[in-house]
Write a protein that binds this ligand. Structure first.
Ligand code: NAP
Length: 239
């Protein structure tokens, strides 16, 4: 199988680790970024990749990104929808604008990227989509209602697409990380992080590499009979 991948939000955090592990595994990787240009440039010095700037919540930018990828490295075989935002606060304080912003990146972004990737995958009769959800999309988090709802939507989309696209040889799965040590946890104090660790049976935060290795495995032929699944990588937090 030809191995061309797009990782959204691939310049830092979990996405950066995914981009690196896929490149090491022989994938030609297009790395999407929005604000992290410096990080993207430094990654392109570490691995051979195509950098593409785009806001995944903007349909026109996503369309332009796919056009560029197709003309420079060909149509993609693997789409990793990793880009995401989070927020923390009381439900009663969430404004409609904040709610819409959450869904525009975490849900619309996945929709726009799938919408661009799927027609070529159907034509080729093969392809793989891996969506990065969250354990909070499975069980809900207090004070993260917009985030939890957006990540639950990603799980629903994953399952529906797996059913619809399976006959076209396309696998669609979802990884549901627990607490992973990235900037996204920056809003938590040390005591809050310690509490999260206490609630994790394996007694530690996960690393971006823990998720990246799972992506690489799910994308491989070893998982050719796996689709529509929500794979928890959470140290046992959600069982
Ligand atoms: P992070 O360090 O905050 O990185 C977020 C990434 O998303 C960045 O690469 C950022 O790109 C990108 N991004 C945000 N908005 C974007 C937009 N509109 N268009 C394009 N890219 C955008 O977070 P992370 O921990 O690596 O999170 C990666 C994914 O894992 C997210 O979907 C997150 O919800 C999920 N997750 C994380 C955890 C955790 O504990 N860390 C747990 C469960 C799930 P730029 O910097 O270039 O703007």
């Amino acid at each position: 199988m030809k191995k061309t991948a797009l990782v959204t939000g691939g310049a830092r955090g979990i996405g950066r680790a995914i981009s690196k592990v896929l490149a090491e595994d022989g994938w030609t990787v297009a790395v999407n970024y929005l604000n992290s240009e410096e990080a993207a440039l430094s990654l392109s010095r570490e691995i051979n990749c195509l950098l593409v700037k785009a806001d995944v919540s903007d349909e026109n930018q996503v369309s332009a990104m796919f056009k560029r990828i197709k003309s420079e490295i060909g149509s993609i075989d693997l789409l990793v929808n990793n880009a995401g935002i989070s927020s923390y606060g009381l439900f009663t304080d969430i404004t409609p604008e904040e709610w819409r912003k959450m869904f525009s990146v975490n849900v619309d972004g996945v929709f726009y990227c799938c919408r661009q990737a799927v027609p070529d995958m159907i034509r080729k009769k093969h392809g793989c989509i891996i969506n990065i959800s969250s354990m909070w999309g499975q069980v809900g988090a207090s004070c993260e209602s917009a985030y939890s709802a957006s990540k639950a939507a990603v799980i629903g989309l994953t399952k529906a697409l797996a059913k619809e696209l399976g006959p076209s040889g396309i696998r669609v799965n979802c990884i549901s990380p627990g607490c992973i040590s990235t900037d996204m946890l920056g809003c938590f104090s040390q005591s809050e992080l310690d509490a999260l660790i206490d609630n994790t049976p394996l007694g530690t935060l996960g690393s971006p590499e823990d998720i990246a290795e799972m992506v690489c495995f799910l994308a491989s032929e070893k998982c050719r009979f796996v689709t529509g699944q929500v794979i928890g990588a959470n140290g046992g937090f959600v069982i």
